[in-house]
Design a protein around this ligand. Structure first.
Ligand SMILES: Nc1ncnc2c1ncn2[C@@H]1O[C@H](COP(=O)(O)OP(=O)(O)OP(=O)(O)O)[C@@H](O)[C@H]1O
Ligand code: SF4
Ligand SMILES: [Mg+2]
Length: 323
């Protein structure tokens, strides 16, 4: 099942699912299968930002890791332009590894503390054979300047920088190989609000300058609204609603999206996580995974939930979409 394939799509998933096995549920003491992602079909057009939002455990990072090729799907496919990512990864040119870069929430965990900044920035250049060795320091300085860090930083170590500056360095590292797509998994969640705004503005500027495509993951709806062209709302591994930013924020149809948007509700709260932990019930039954929490549930919600098209850009997986 796909949704709205468009001419300029650069990344596309078709029925993408990922199960993890052998996680022991401490409550029941036995292993079981987690449907971390179920039947996700989404397209990302060149130059656009797809926002992915959902509570902890909704499958956001699983989607990111599948898209980048760190893990393989249990079912479904990912296409980059017209080629499956499997085929691109099997070809030893590393073209996909260069084209699709990732920025993580915690740059401290991804920047090797024993490397100087120049070496951190030169590493991807060496891997992808970009610029002759003697020009790589200048290349690194130019990329660093693009994230507003001066060349004096080149010979320093990651721990000498603040969280915001380290995230700038993480972004520079992703940018240095001139990717087409950057997948950003909660890139500002660990930062103070004022720093978040600076980093978000920087990301938007870089995107415009390089005509980049972003998949931007966040549990924070205000961040998603600020950066996204289109939005995918996930809950327990399933798509609840999908639409343009205006569709999702001005005309939400799914009770889960409405719950997220309700100003009194924090999706970062423990309540959500506690309920999401009860995954053996919600994830592995037929019908709507939101049923246990839904204020609008009706008996038909316990059967398969078809996609309901609200418009050509907007879909919701809910029996009450138009009610
Ligand atoms: N390697 C793994 N082995 C077993 N289960 C996993 C694995 N990775 C993820 N999961 C499970 O898959 C589900 C989705 O996890 P995922 O990390 O994708 O969620 P998320 O939306 O990124 O959450 P968060 O907001 O906390 O980062 C969770 O129930 C998680 O425990
Ligand atoms: S399908 Fe039913 S249970 Fe699920 S969100 Fe819609 S109304 Fe609620
Ligand atoms: Mg995550």
């Amino acid at each position: 099942m796909h949704y709205n394939i468009r001419m300029n799509d650069i990344l596309r998933t078709e029925g993408l699912s990922k199960q993890f096995n052998s996680r022991t549920n401490p409550l029941y003491g036995k292993t079981f299968t987690v449907n971390a992602l179920s039947d996700v079909s989404v397209t990302v057009a060149k130059g656009e930002t797809l926002g992915v939002v959902g509570e902890s455990g909704s499958g956001k990072s699983t989607l990111a890791r599948l898209m980048i090729g760190l893990i393989t799907p249990t079912a479904g496919r990912i296409y980059y332009k017209d080629t499956t990512v499997d085929a691109m990864l099997a070809d030893h040119s590393r073209a996909y590894r260069k084209a699709v870069q990732m920025v993580f929430q915690d740059p401290a965990a991804t920047l090797n503390p024993r490397f100087t900044i120049v070496n951190l920035l030169k590493e991807p250049l060496a891997i992808h054979n970009i610029a002759p060795e003697k020009e790589r320091r200048d290349h690194a300085a130019r990329v660093l300047a693009r994230v507003d860090i001066g060349a004096e930083a080149l010979d320093r170590y990651p721990h000498e920088f603040s969280g915001g500056q380290r995230q700038r360095i993480g972004i520079a590292r992703a940018l240095s190989v001139e990717p087409e797509v950057i997948i950003l998994d909660e890139p500002v969640s660990a930062l103070d609000i004022s720093i978040q705004t600076q980093i978000l503005n920087l990301l938007l500027r870089l995107k415009d300058d390089d005509n980049l495509t972003y998949v931007f993951i966040s549990h924070d709806l205000s961040v998603i609204r600020f950066v996204s062209d289109r939005v995918l709302v996930l809950y327990l591994g399933k798509v609840m609603e999908y639409g343009t930013t205006a569709d999702i924020f001005s005309d939400p149809r799914h009770p889960y999206t409405k719950l997220l948007l309700a100003s009194t509700y924090s999706i970062n709260g423990s309540r959500a996580v506690d309920i999401a932990d009860d995954i053996s019930i919600a994830r592995n039954t037929t019908g709507c995974v939101f049923y246990p929490r839904c204020p609008r549930r009706v008996p038909e919600c316990l059967h398969d939930i078809p996609r309901v098209d609200v418009s050509s850009t907007h879909a919701s997986w809910c029996t009450q979409t138009n009610a």
